[in-house]
Ligand binder design. Structure first.
Ligand code: PGA
Length: 251
């Protein structure tokens, strides 16, 4: 079966109103690959601006996090899925390693956020990945198996059937050292096999993105992997040209 190809930009805590405007203008005017879906996950405060600037284009907007709370209430500083959808967001990144490390997000919280996103009509992009120490200790598969088990154990069947996974080895994020195409494909195939133990059809249809120092000059070989269905792009998504080059490599 053919899975949706998805290229997602993760701006992290970067950008400005002027940058959103110039980026979106360049993106709508430039050539976007026909077969791929594109999304940019900008800081919360710029979501309405990006949605407005990208209206009528095939590029979606997403958030970089979401509250696990499904109802509004006394949760200072949180942003709910309903608010995100109200502003026009379509995707929500959950469980990025920077949030796991800096904000103590656990596998359970990540699963709750994925469920909240799905319940509130957003597609969760769930980030998974091992640290360098874990890879060097030969623990990559054990770590990833536990992360997948936490998802399959805590997410509803409908969430699991509509989520996107992003394999992001922590050592590759922002380091300039991407996983090799072989490493990425091997892990993606492993993740799909773990999902298949839960449900074969879900495993077949779930897009698995690779993230971690994806650049125009290394994406060509990464994109070849059978189980690599797109990319989650940090630094190289801040400018339209490299972002579009990366997207076009999946065409
Ligand atoms: P990077 O970030 O492309 O800058 O390595 C990827 C990510 O953290 O999503």
């Amino acid at each position: 079966m053919t899975r949706q190809t998805l290229i997602v930009g993760n701006w992290k805590m970067n950008g400005s109103a002027a940058h959103v405007d110039s980026f979106c203008e360049a993106l709508t005017d430039s050539s976007i690959p026909r077969s791929a879906e594109l999304a940019v996950c900008v800081p919360f405060v710029y979501i309405p601006r990006a949605v407005a600037a990208l209206a009528g284009s095939r590029i979606a907007t997403g958030s970089q996090d979401i509250s696990e709370q499904k109802e509004s209430g006394a949760f200072t500083g949180e942003v709910s899925g309903e608010m995100l959808r109200d502003c026009g967001a379509r995707f929500a990144i959950v469980g990025h390693s920077e949030r796991r490390a800096r904000h103590g997000e656990t596998d359970e919280l990540v699963a709750a956020k994925a469920n909240a996103a799905y319940t509130l009509a957003l597609t969760p992009i769930v980030c998974l990945g091992e640290s360098l120490a874990q890879r060097e200790a030969g623990e990559t598969e054990t770590v990833l198996a536990a992360q997948v088990a936490a998802l399959t154990g805590a997410c509803s069947a409908s969430t699991l059937g509509h989520m996107v996974l992003a394999y992001e080895p922590i050592w590759a994020i922002g380091s300039g050292r991407s996983a090799t195409p072989e490493q990425a494909q091997a892990v993606h195939a492993f993740l799909r096999a773990r999902l298949a133990e839960w449900d074969a059809a879900t495993a077949e249809s779930t897009p698995i993105l690779y993230g971690g120092s994806v650049k125009p000059d290394n994406v060509g070989l990464l994109a070849v992997g059978d189980d690599v269905d797109g990319a989650l792009v940090g630094g190289a998504s801040l400018q339209p040209e490299p972002f579009l080059k990366i997207a076009n490599a999946f065409e």
